[in-house]
Design a protein around this ligand. Structure first.
Ligand code: ATP
Length: 289
């Protein structure tokens, strides 16, 4: 086999806590993660000329090693001990860029899964997750996805029972928020409120959607940044449309609400669509899909 296709599902942070600062400059995190049905499509084609590059329907996304998908391929070949192997990665982006939905990480994980298939499964899931750590913090989670607790820099994963069935309304305003910038602002003042991670885990294990949604919280929402007013505004609107809970994902700028009924999620999206760039509904995606 010389080529394959792979879906890359976006991730949402149902909660995000920063629990400490590490000596290596990174932060210690505790995040409840969920993959959702907004996905890029990747086509992987082995090449004989040794070139590894990506192309995409979005012109501004780099095709060289700055692209996490390219980095993933290089790390995969390295781990396999082969040099000079070429690969063309064609990406059809559906995941909004700079949204906190882990688009680049999802693409990288999809490349690892796709190449693992093309090479007749030389690596286990745990080994792919280990390779992921050299690429980016959220890549390890994106290898299998589903519902999981991610700790450390995001690489320490605990699989959880799938979150209860529900519908998401996702909304990203026109601007993005730089991740390093928001971390700097977070470091400038102490975190006042932390999510109740133990309570969130108990809610997931009990299959209690309402208890889960009541506890969703992201420490970055409390950072002093003017753009977060828009985030708060969108959250308010989602709650007006009967979301059980609404929260920003990652370092934004996308916000999502969780709904019991598809009609309510659709109505919320319709009301926001005129004002904000990206609005759509989605469902949770189970682990391994
Ligand atoms: P996260 O939730 O992990 O912070 P994000 O959704 O905020 O991610 P991405 O959309 O993954 O951010 O990527 C943001 C930056 O990464 C962009 O500047 C983009 O150029 C670069 N990038 C590298 N590879 C990719 C890729 N495969 N898809 C999208 N962006 C990529």
């Amino acid at each position: 086999m010389r080529e394959t296709t792979e879906r890359a599902w976006a991730k949402l942070n149902l909660s995000l806590d920063v629990t400490g600062r590490r000596e290596d400059g990174y932060h210690d995190l505790a995040m409840l993660m969920q993959t959702v049905s907004v996905g890029d499509e990747l086509r992987l084609r082995l090449r004989d000329d040794g070139k590894v590059f990506a192309s995409s329907n979005l012109r501004f996304i780099p095709g060289d090693e700055r692209n996490l998908a390219v980095r993933a391929a290089l790390r995969f070949f390295e781990a396999l001990g082969i040099s000079g192997q070429g690969l063309q990665i064609d990406i059809r982006k559906e995941i909004p860029v700079g949204a906190g939905m882990g688009g680049g990480s999802a693409d990288a994980a999809a490349v690892l899964r796709g190449l693992n298939r093309l090479y007749d499964t030389p690596f286990s899931r745990a080994e792919l997750e280990r390779i992921s750590q050299q690429i980016g913090s959220d890549v390890a989670f994106c290898v299998a996805g589903g519902t999981a607790l991610a700790q450390g820099r995001g690489e320490l994963l605990r699989d959880l029972r799938p979150m209860p069935d529900c519908f998401f309304a996702l909304c990203k305003p026109g601007f993005s928020i730089s991740t390093p910038e928001l971390y700097q602002k977070l470091d400038a003042s102490p975190v006042r409120i932390h999510p109740d991670t133990a309570g969130l885990l108990a809610a997931v294990e009990a299959g209690d959607l309402r208890a889960l949604c009541r506890r969703m919280y992201n420490v970055f929402e409390d950072v002093d940044d003017r753009r977060l007013r828009t985030v708060a505004e969108i959250k308010g609107r989602l709650l007006d449309y009967r979301a059980l809970g609404a929260v920003m994902t990652g370092t934004g700028s996308a916000v999502f609400g969780v709904f019991e009924r598809a009609e309510d999620a659709e109505r919320a999206c319709e009301s926001l669509r005129g004002e904000y760039k990206f609005c759509r509904t989605a469902k949770p995606v189970p682990r391994g899909e």
